[in-house]
Design a protein around this ligand. Structure first.
Ligand code: AMP
Ligand code: MG
Length: 481
């Protein structure tokens, strides 16, 4: 690996250096060899992946460290948080010379663990491993993972589970909550921290007339694009606290996430989210709220009292980019999924009519788009109770497509409508087998989800293509991980 240790150049108040604490009986879970190659792992490093992904081997080129941050959780100020069970163990250059963080999750307690044990369980590690991989393959900006290891060590959650570790990769582990921590506890560090964030993650903003405003606008726009992509693939993050959103608009911190099956915009995947703050349909407005909290943390950068009001207004103006950026990407993406021309005045209206049918008929989001793509109109109709609603939609749909280049529209549909998403019950089956030391289902899902836009009849199983029957209880996911 080619190390680029830049986070340790920040003031030492922002992290705590410590080594991982390995679990008993560490053993191989799954390894993403293609990603390791992208990260320029040598043959020797690849051979040692189990030791690296279980905290037994660390690197002299990088001092492992836990970052401190803060955050708003479920809308409330939560005070100091931080890496309570994960360590940044390296920053390395990938084949495209981008700096990528390697973060070992489940590596033991740190000064930021609060009441937690510093561990992660195999169940949540597999969920994070497969989801990061799935989102990357879907083209949604996200963390990923080089591999995970299991162990023989018990870790107490609602029941006793197996401890595990995940070696997560991300282009950025700096969270919106980092800025909140600095303002609350060490405000004099803010200018230097912001400067580094711009240099590392948005260097093109350095040349702008007002680099901080250009940076803020970019963060807001990238987050808006990420959320649009979540909505389009039906992904619900589940815990969009300010400490779980990063600075580069790439998905981070998978907990009680879910890929939506039957289309229910107010679906709550996270059973710890009693008020439905983080439902699928709330994601754009919650992201907007989180970014507003974040922008407030840039206000102190202007020290001159005469300029303060002007500076606040300039920052607030950056947030106005959120909605148009989100809508542009969402509308364009939805039209593509539908096979409708985005320039046609009725396309978006027609697409929302389709979504209304999915909602009222409780149809599967992913498979319904595949059926539309395959022109299996009668198959959809057969699942509809309200046939007239479907027929009027179809008439409108075919009319819009009548004088269009449907070959091009159909080809575009195939690029954006996945055959496979990670349904909760798919992950659950892989977890249950892995808990019995059989990782073959993880391997199957890993391969299947590597190419979600291509049908893989040899690999797929019927349960990959449909929600569980409605009389079977849903897989419950909560914050416990
Ligand atoms: P989350 O909502 O999972 O992103 O976690 C919120 C905070 O709790 C973060 O600071 C985590 O590092 C910390 N945390 C979560 N689980 C544990 C654990 N088992 N041990 C220590 N800290 C934890
Ligand atoms: Mg978190």
């Amino acid at each position: 690996m080619q190390f680029n240790p830049r986070y340790p150049t920040l003031p030492a108040r922002l992290y705590h250096m410590q080594q991982p604490l390995p679990l008993k009986g560490a053993k191989a879970g799954h390894f993403n060899a293609a990603l390791a190659k992208e990260l320029q792992w040598t043959a020797e490093e690849q051979q040692q992946w189990v030791e690296i992904c279980s905290g037994q081997t660390t690197f002299k080129e990088f001092p492992a460290l836990a970052m401190v941050y803060a955050g708003h959780q479920f809308g409330q100020w939560a005070g100091q948080l931080g890496d309570g069970r994960g360590l940044l163990i390296a920053q390395v250059l990938d084949t495209q010379q981008r700096t990528i963080d390697l973060h070992l999750k489940g590596a033991g307690a740190t000064p930021y663990s609060r009441m937690g044990d510093g561990r992660a369980v195999l169940r949540s590690v597999i969920r994070e491993y497969l989801a990061g991989h799935a989102l990357n393959a879907l083209g949604v900006p996200s963390s990923n993972a080089v591999g995970f290891t299991s162990s023989t060590q018990g870790v107490q959650r609602e029941k006793l589970e197996l401890g595990a570790m995940l070696l997560r990769t991300s282009d950025c582990h700096i969270r919106l909550g980092h800025f909140e921590w600095i303002n609350q506890y060490q405000p004099e560090l803010l200018p230097e921290f912001v400067q580094k964030c711009i240099e590392w993650h948005y260097p093109e903003c350095l040349a702008a007339e007002q680099p901080v405003l250009a940076f803020a606008t970019q963060v807001i726009q990238r987050t808006a694009v990420m959320i649009a992509k979540w909505q389009l693939v039906g992904f619900a993050h589940g815990v969009m606290n300010t400490d779980n959103l990063n600075l580069t608009g790439s998905t981070l911190d998978f907990g009680p996430y879910g890929f939506m099956e039957r289309f229910r915009p107010n679906w709550i995947n996270n059973h710890s989210d009693y008020q439905g703050r983080y439902t699928y349909q709330q994601q754009p407005s919650v992201a907007h709220w989180n970014l507003w909290v974040w922008l407030n943390n840039l206000i102190p950068l202007e020290q001159n009292p005469n300029q303060k009001e002007h500076w606040k207004q300039a920052l607030a103006a950056c947030l106005e980019y959120f909605e148009p950026t989100f809508l542009e990407h969402y509308k364009l993406g939805l039209c593509e999924k539908m096979g409708l021309p985005s320039f046609h005045k009725d396309s978006f209206d027609c697409a929302t009519n389709f979504l209304r049918i999915l909602q009222s008929e409780q149809l599967d989001y992913t498979q319904s788009f595949i059926r539309l793509q395959n022109k299996q109109y009668t198959k959809i109709l057969d699942d509809c109770l309200d046939r007239r609603q479907w027929e009027s939609f179809l008439a409108q749909y075919l009319q819009i497509r009548e004088h269009q280049d449907t070959d091009a529209l159909d080809a575009a549909m195939q690029q954006v409508n996945p055959h496979y998403i990670l349904r909760n019950h798919m992950a659950q089956k892989a977890i249950e087998q892995a808990e019995r030391d059989d990782f073959s289902e993880v391997e199957r899902l890993f391969n299947l989800l590597s190419q979600p836009y291509i049908q893989q009849t040899a690999l797929e199983k019927p349960e990959d293509l449909a929600p569980l029957p409605s009389d079977v209880p849903e897989v419950m996911v909560s914050c416990s991980s």
